[in-house]
Design a binder for this molecule. Structure first.
Ligand SMILES: C[S@@+](CC[C@H](N)C(=O)[O-])C[C@H]1O[C@@H](n2cnc3c(N)ncnc32)[C@H](O)[C@@H]1O
Length: 300
């Protein structure tokens, strides 16, 4: 309406004398009305996170009053109804069984990215390398989920995480410290692998891979909250893959490479890395049958 500033956050209020069970029902309704796809699941996650309760306790404490937590729950409800992701509201998210700090400076980690961890660990185990002092580099590390998870799973490995965002690297450092791998990793502000001489046994990456023209069409939860740097892969979405392939030509070989790819990009990415001497050695498909991670070996 002309002359009236719209409040971007809907008015939602929870009372201190309201029970947890009633709040769960109300929050589910608020999120459903706001067009959130998974209102009940998100309401549960938010209440569990804000009240510090596991799933069973949330049920067994459903008659308890919200008390002082009512204000924080009202605030979280308004933010989720405005499509802010649950992990951003809570400030953390689980990935591959570990809890990672998430801030506005990093991509909200996606469950799909666990395919990169599984593909990399599968490759390492199948070659009998799990106990070796492997050297791993994660390009576009963001919150550090990939390199921190692999180092936590591979106690003798060391690693490097690169990112063009200094702010993201700060989050990755905090995650490396809280998950006990900070002495085996260092983080470098650079594009691709510029200035990283290695030698590396494995390169992993979940680079930005949305084409610039598609960013506007993304869901609000993504385009309004994930950093543009973490999404925008250039005109065809493949710019950072090309950058990594160019860098790899300079590195010592043989070298394993495991990359997350967009659901329609596998063939184009394989082609880019084939031109850099890569040979496809594995694909990881999602439930819809789309390849979401590719593994390649770069030979001598
Ligand atoms: C899709 S996010 C992935 C973050 C994290 N690896 C994950 O899987 O959640 C891509 C990351 O790459 C970084 N990035 C973008 N362009 C880059 C480049 N040329 N070199 C290195 N990092 C880049 C972004 O800042 C962002 O943190």
């Amino acid at each position: 309406m002309a002359g009236v500033d719209a409040d971007p956050l809907p008015a939602v209020h929870f009372r201190s004398d309201q029970s947890i069970g009633d709040a769960l029902a109300q929050l589910t309704r608020v999120l459903r009305d706001a067009g959130i796809d998974t209102p009940q699941r998100d309401a549960r996650f938010l209440l569990r996170g804000l009240l510090g309760l596991d799933g069973a306790k949330l049920l067994s404490c459903s008659a308890r009053a919200l008390g002082d937590d009512a204000e924080r729950i009202s605030d979280a409800a308004r933010r989720r109804a405005a499509h802010e992701p649950v992990s951003r509201i809570l400030g953390h998210r689980e990935f591959y069984g570990r809890d990672f700090i998430v801030t506005p400076d990093v991509l909200d980690p996606r469950p799909d990215t666990e395919a990169v961890v599984e593909a990399a660990l599968g490759l390492i185990k199948s070659r009998g390398l799990s106990q070796r002092p492997l050297s791993i580099v994660d390009v576009g590390t963001g919150s550090g989920i990939l390199i921190v998870t692999l180092l936590a799973e591979l106690p003798n490995a060391r690693g490097v995480g690169t990112d063009v965002s200094q702010a993201a690297l700060e989050v990755a450092r905090r995650n490396a410290a809280s998950l006990g791998v900070k002495d085996r990793v260092h983080f470098v502000a650079t594009s691709g692998l510029d200035g990283c001489a290695g030698p590396f046994d494995l390169v992993i990456s979940n680079p930005p891979y949305i084409s610039t023209g598609e960013i506007d069409e993304l869901e609000r939860d993504v385009k309004d909250f994930d950093p543009l740097l973490a999404l925008d892969g250039g005109a065809d979405g493949l710019c950072v893959y090309r950058k990594i392939a160019q860098n790899i030509v300079e590195l010592q070989r043989p070298l394993m490479v495991v990359l997350e790819v967009g659901s329609t990009q596998a063939e184009a990415v394989i082609e880019i890395f084939s031109s850099a001497g890569g040979q496809l050695i594995g694909r990881h498909k999602d439930l819809g049958g789309h390849t979401r991670a590719v593994a390649l070996e770069i030979h001598l």
